[in-house]
Write a protein that binds this ligand. Structure first.
Ligand SMILES: NC(=O)c1ccc[n+]([C@@H]2O[C@H](COP(=O)([O-])OP(=O)(O)OC[C@H]3O[C@@H](n4cnc5c(N)ncnc54)[C@H](O)[C@@H]3O)[C@@H](O)[C@H]2O)c1
Length: 307
């Protein structure tokens, strides 16, 4: 069984050695194609591979059609729009991603942004603390759950809203479940966003919802920029001098926000939540383990394409 690691931007050495361990332990062979220049190199490499681990590498129809023995392709990471899912299905190839492997990295960044905000962007003035404050987690998925764990370490009181989970599932982790987004925002001085961008969530973080937040409110966004109603957050922050916003996804109106709300608005220059050595290593090793589990046991838990 040949497992190809095809990475235009290579994994760290530590990740490659973890992948190699998992692959060789199963009795498979690891083939590395790193920093390739020509597409032909990729076409040649996939020709006799049974499985592939990739990052942002493009696996289009041409590559998938050339992969005659390929049974599974795993994107080490969350997004998989670099893979032609229909072409994979047509070639009877299972495609997976590795969700959750970057969740701790994003959670640490979210709480780091919160500290930065309540200390007035480290501008030398006196700030406030997180301890004892109410934090609302909007969507209790992989990242939200990790934010809850870290926030409890800060001594925060943690609430969550997720319509796809039962209150019991949330409360067994020591987090208070609320019944609506409105209730979450009305209860919590701090809200951390972890919703996906869907038809329902796009533009849903708007004036009406945010204006329910208590005094000295802070919104933390490490989710998606599309979920924010950008014009309405400007209106709200113009009206409420006590409202702060920090984000890992630069909004379209970043220049306007930075100019108008200098000491209570911050955006990272580029999305960096998942950009840690550990997250990349975890995703690579998870990909290798998922390949072994698929080949040995037929486990398709993280499959993202149709059969
Ligand atoms: N900043 C970064 O670098 C970075 C990295 C990874 C993920 N993300 C983003 O973080 C967000 C969460 O990622 P994740 O890995 O936790 O995803 P996840 O799929 O594990 O969790 C998403 C959660 O959202 C819930 N949900 C769906 N629709 C909802 C709605 N309308 N209202 C409330 N909850 C809803 C789901 O039930 C699920 O629990 C996504 O938007 C993702 O794009 C950002």
């Amino acid at each position: 069984m040949k497992v190809l690691v095809a990475t235009d931007k290579p994994f760290a050495a530590e990740a490659v050695s973890g992948i190699r361990n998992a692959v060789e332990k199963a009795g498979y062979e690891l083939v590395l194609l790193e920093k390739y220049i020509e597409k032909q190199q990729l076409l040649d490499a996939v020709a006799d591979a049974d499985a592939a681990i990739i990052r942002s590498d493009i696996f289009d129809k041409e590559v998938l059609d050339a992969a005659k023995n390929m049974k599974i392709v795993v994107r080490a990471g969350a997004g998989f729009d670099n893979i032609d899912l229909d072409a994979a299905t047509a070639n009877n190839i299972c495609v997976m991603n590795t969700p959750g492997q970057n969740a701790n990295a994003v959670a640490e960044l979210a709480l780091g942004l919160a500290v930065y905000a309540v200390r007035n962007l480290y501008n030398g003035t006196s700030g406030t603390e997180l301890m004892g404050k109410k934090l609302g987690i909007h969507a209790y998925g992989n990242v939200g759950r990790n934010v809850a764990r870290v926030a409890k370490g800060f001594g925060m009181e943690v609430y969550a809203y997720d319509p796809f989970l039962s209150a019991e599932a949330i409360e067994k982790e020591g987090v208070k479940a609320v019944k609506s987004a409105e209730e979450l925002y009305a209860t919590c001085q701090f809200v951390s966003l972890h919703i996906p961008a869907t038809a329902e969530t796009k533009n849903s973080i708007n004036y009406s919802l945010l204006s329910k937040m208590p005094k000295n409110a802070l919104l933390i966004n490490t989710a998606r920029k599309e979920v924010i109603n950008e014009a309405e957050i400007v209106k709200l922050m113009e009206e409420r001098k006590d409202f702060k916003y920090v984000t890992d996804i630069m909004p379209g109106n970043n220049a306007e926000m930075a100019e108008k709300f200098a000491s209570r608005y911050f955006s990272t220059p580029k999305k960096m939540g998942a950009q840690t050595a550990e997250a990349n290593t975890n995703a690579g090793i998870a990909a290798a383990n998922q390949i072994v589990d698929f080949i040995e046991n037929g486990n398709e838990k993280f499959r993202v394409n149709k059969k």
